[in-house]
Design a protein around this ligand. Structure first.
Ligand code: 13P
Length: 258
């Protein structure tokens, strides 16, 4: 399978942004701008929990899919402040971001909890966007590959080859997130190819070739074309630029052409 046969996915990660009226307005603006991508690539907006129902209503009948920003691994119970996979699927949520570096850095997320969340999401029928990436000093110490290999192995522990058809991997170098310091096309391609090689080792070449691997970290309307043209970059997980309808739609168009 080559790149053209993989599903390209451009996903916005809104993080902790937008009230409900703001979310509605942004999605109303995005919808017509990305309508041409229907049937060509997948367009996703991952929004705060409070916006999910609004987002699903606003995007009904359009080609914009909705994702959540996190999910808990238990089905229900005494887990104050958490949201279960069933709560998300019942709303009509399709994707969920798991293991974002901000969760790992600020909220004590570990590879073990990323793995548990990923397996719970898959069991409930959600498509997890599993985020991996190295810190700046890890890159400087030349251990990027060790870090990524470890994350991939632990985060996907006990995820079956069949389930991998619903898993998206996002490579997000932590030093590139929200910093304006985008990885070069070559740096991003190198690690995305490495991730695919790890998946081939853990599963098979066939499984690895079918997995959508996104790049994330300061991707924007100006730098997206070069990144999305790389052979192992099948899409993007977009933070800041996903909050501007025009910029987000330019990235979507680049992926359609990519
Ligand atoms: P920025 O695009 O704002 O750098 O954020 C990237 C990101 O964290 C997406 O998950």
């Amino acid at each position: 399978m080559n790149k053209a046969k993989r599903k390209a996915i451009i996903a916005g990660n809104w993080k902790m942004n937008k009230t409900r009226p703001e979310a509605k307005a942004l999605l109303e603006a995005i919808k017509p701008l990305v309508a041409e991508a229907a049937g060509k690539i997948e367009v996703v907006a991952c929004v705060p929990f409070t916006n999910l129902e609004t987002a699903i209503n606003v995007t009904a009948g359009s080609n914009v899919k909705i994702g959540a920003e996190n999910v808990h691994f238990e089905k229900s119970g005494a887990f104050t402040g958490e949201i279960s996979a069933d709560m998300l699927t019942e709303l009509g949520v399709e994707y969920v971001v798991i293991g974002h570096s901000e969760r790992r850095q600020y909220f004590g997320e570990t590879d073990e909890t990323v793995n548990k969340r990923t397996r719970a999401a898959l069991a409930a029928g959600l498509k997890p966007i599993v985020c991996v990436g190295e810190l700046l000093w890890e890159r400087e110490c030349n251990i990027t590959e060790e870090v990524i290999a470890r994350q991939i192995k632990l985060d996907l522990w006990d995820v079956t080859a069949e389930q991998m058809a619903n898993v998206v991997i996002a490579y997000e170098p932590v030093w590139a997130i929200g910093t304006g310091k985008v990885a070069t096309d070559e740096q991003a391609q190198e690690v995305c190819a490495f991730i695919r090689a790890q998946l081939a080792k853990l599963y098979s070449a066939e499984v690895a070739e079918a997995v959508t691997i996104q790049y994330g970290g300061s991707m924007n309307a100006k730098n997206c074309a070069g990144l999305l043209a790389q052979p192992d970059i099948d899409g993007g997980l977009i933070g800041g630029a996903s909050l501007k309808a025009e910029d987000f739609s330019i990235i979507v168009k680049a992926a359609v052409e990519g």
